[in-house]
Structures are given as C-alpha cells and as structure tokens.
Design a protein around this ligand. Structure first.
Ligand code: ADP
Length: 198
C-alpha cells in the first residue's frame, strides 16, 4: 500500500498562475514521495488518449455535468451525456495543449485518494475550501460553457488505482520512475518509531 502511485498534471493554467511550487508543496507536506517529474507541451492526440484511457470516462463526465447543472436548478447544455462530453473533450484538447504542463508521479499510502482529496472537486465553484481547486481558482461550468472552453481547475489527478497505473504508463517510461527511500518514511510508516531517541 505504501507503494501506491498516482499521476498528477499541473495544467497550463496552473503553470501560468505560477502555482507549481504551491501545488507540489501540498503533496510533499502530506507525506507523499515524488518519484517522477517532467515539464512538457502535450499534443492533442496525447491529451485525447489520456482522457479516453477509461472507456467509461465519456459517460461519467457527461452525467456528472448534467447532475451539477440540475443541482443548481439550471438546465444542462444537453440531456445526452455523450453529446456533452464530445464538447468537453474538444475543449480539453485545446486547454491542455495551450502551454507547458508539469507531469508528476506521487507515491505513498492511499496516494490516489489522498491526492484527490487535496485537489478537490472538478468545478472550482463547488470545490471545498482548503483544496487546491477550492483555494486557488474561481471557475464554474456555467462560466466555461459561456466561453465555450474547459473548466480551468489547475490540476489533473488520477481517479482510481487502475486509472493511475494506465495514466502513469501514458505519461512516463518505466525507467523514469525512481525507486528511493525518503528519510521521513521511517516516521510515517515504521510501526515503533524506532531510532528517534539516541
Ligand atoms: P476531474 O479532472 O476532476 O477528474 P473529469 O475527468 O470529469 O474531472 O473532467 C476532466 C476535465 O474536463 C476537468 O478537470 C475539467 O477541466 C474539464 N471538464 C469536465 N467537465 C466539464 C464541463 N462540464 N465543462 C467544462 N469543462 C469540463
């Protein structure tokens, strides 16, 4: 479990907002270990493949959007989840290729869930205070729909362990992932806290 890994992308808006350090710091401070990191400009095909690695992503994301509109008492752009996601994907390809992104792999106990918790919900308008998306950005589905663009929410984080495994393979070669010990792991994971007192 200590070896669970997850993929995080700092999206082009996160880089442009000068938030790389702040975002990295949140994962470091919680005790996760950075095992790979690179900056790159992704191409549209790479982004499309990333979002469609999970064959259910189109349906789930469309349904999530419809639910969010209805919860706010607003009519969704369409009642067909796949119609909604076709537009989302097109806009995502533009958004995610607009500038450099930072791709990272973080490792540690419950890495996938811990990172999702720190990142917060997809729509910054309703992301919890204290999360990255809740604290550093103010976008909404409504605003992004009006502008015919993606919701700008600074980061991507894998949604499950199998998703993380596929996404890590999509962004990194196996040789780019570094196996090493972090001194603080002894304090985080050692059952007896041995070796603290002289
Ligand atoms: P998450 O990034 O929280 O896992 P999704 O996988 O559902 O969320 O969506 C991928 C990305 O697509 C989101 O982070 C966001 O940038 C964009 N997005 C999702 N739904 C919408 C929407 N209804 N309108 C605009 N952009 C959206």
């Amino acid at each position: 479990m200590q070896k669970e890994r997850t993929l995080v992308l700092i999206k082009p808006d996160g880089v442009q907002r000068a938030l790389i350090g702040e975002i990295v710091q949140r994962f470091e401070k919680v005790g996760l270990k950075l095992v790979a990191m690179k900056m790159m400009v992704a191409d549209a095909k790479h982004v499309e493949e990333h979002y469609t690695l999970d064959p259910e992503w189109r349906r789930i994301t469309g349904e999530k959007t419809i639910k969010s509109y209805k919860e706010k008492g607003l009519p969704p752009p369409s009642e067909d989840p796949l119609e909604i996601t076709a537009v989302i994907l097109k806009n995502l390809m533009k958004y995610m290729t607009a500038g450099p992104v930072v791709a990272m792999v973080w490792e540690g106990a419950h890495a996938v869930k811990i990172v999702r918790k720190l990142v917060g919900g997809t729509e910054p308008l309703t992301s919890d205070v204290g999360t990255i998306r809740g604290d550093y950005v103010l976008d909404s589905y409504q605003l992004s729909d009006t502008g015919k663009r993606s919701v700008r929410n600074l980061v991507h984080a894998s949604g499950s362990v199998p998703e993380a495994e596929n996404e890590i393979k999509h962004w990194f070669d196996k040789k780019d992932l570094i196996d090493y010990h972090l001194v603080q792991e002894q304090i985080l994971y050692d059952v007896n806290l041995d070796g603290v007192l002289e």
